[in-house]
Design a protein around this ligand. Structure first.
Ligand SMILES: [Zn+2]
Length: 213
C-alpha cells in the first residue's frame, strides 16, 4: 500500500511535512544529521514488519543516502528487537553517543555496542561532519549570550530570533549535546575552558524549556 499512487499523493506529503517540523535543524536527517533530508524512512523496514508501515513511531525523516545505502545494514541481527541502531523515537541518543564539542567527533558511550554500530553505519564522523560540528560549537556561545542579552532588555523578538538560530542551524545536535552535558555531574570539568556564563545559560530553566529539553 505504501507505494500506491493515492498514498504517495495524499498520505506521504503530510507525513513528511510533520517530520520536517520535528527534525532538529532545517530538514535534517534523523539518522545522520545531514541537511536536505527529503524521504520518509521506516526504522523497522517494511520488508521486516509490514504492520509497521503506517505506524507513526516507525517513520523518520531521512536523507536519500541513509534511506537507501544503509538499508541492508541498519538492522543487523533482526528487524524488531534485535536492531543495533539507536531508535531516536524511543531512546535518548546521548545514552549511547558522546559528542566531543571541540573536536565534533562522536564516540560511543563506554559499553554501548549501539553507539559504535550507529557511528559506523551512519558514518557520523565521516568527511567534514566533525569540522562542521566543531564550528557549530564555536558559534553557540554567541547565540546563548545574545539570548540572555535580549532577555535582560525584555526583547522578546530578539530572544525568539536567537532560539530560532540555535534550533535551525544545520548541526543542531551540537546544541542538544551541550545541553545534555550541562546537566551532568562532570559539567564543570567539561566546560572548564568556557566563559562560566555559557554553562550557566545551558542550565537556565527558561532556555531549556524553550528548547524543549
Ligand atoms: Zn542521513
Amino acid at each position: 500500500m505504501w507505494d500506491r499512487s493515492s498514498v504517495r499523493r495524499d498520505v506521504y506529503p503530510p507525513i513528511r511535512e510533520a517530520l520536517e517540523e520535528m527534525s532538529p535543524g532545517l530538514d535534517c536527517c534523523m539518522y545522520c544529521g545531514n541537511h536536505m533530508a527529503d524521504t520518509v524512512d521506516h526504522f523497522v523496514p517494511k520488508s521486516r514488519c509490514a504492520l509497521r508501515t503506517f505506524y507513526w513511531p516507525n517513520l523518520l525523516l531521512a536523507c536519500s543516502t541513509c534511506n537507501s545505502r544503509f538499508k541492508g545494514s541498519k538492522h543487523r541481527s533482526d528487524g524488531l528487537v534485535g536492531s543495533l541502531l539507536i531508535d531516536p523515537t524511543r531512546e535518548n541518543p546521548f545514552d549511547h553517543l558522546d559528542l566531543g564539542l571541540t573536536s565534533g567527533i562522536y564516540r560511543p558511550v563506554e559499553g554501548s555496542p549501539k553507539g559504535s554500530w550507529t557511528i559506523e553505519v551512519l558514518g557520523l564522523n565521516a568527511g567534514k561532519r566533525p569540522r562542521a560540528r566543531s564550528s557549530a560549537w564555536l558559534n553557540l556561545p554567541d547565540d546563548l549570550m545574545g539570548w540572555a542579552d535580549a532577555r535582560s532588555s525584555g526583547d522578546l523578538k530578539g530572544m525568539k530570533r536567537k532560539l530560532y538560530r540555535m534550533l535551525n542551524q544545520p548541526f543542531a545536535d551540537v546544541c542538544f549535546a551541550a545541553l545534555h552535558k550541562a546537566a551532568t555531574e562532570e559539567a564543570h570539568q567539561i566546560f572548564a575552558e568556557e566563559d562560566p556564563q555559557v554553562l550557566e545559560l545551558l542550565r537556565d530553566k527558561e532556555l531549556r524549556a524553550a528548547l524543549q529539553v
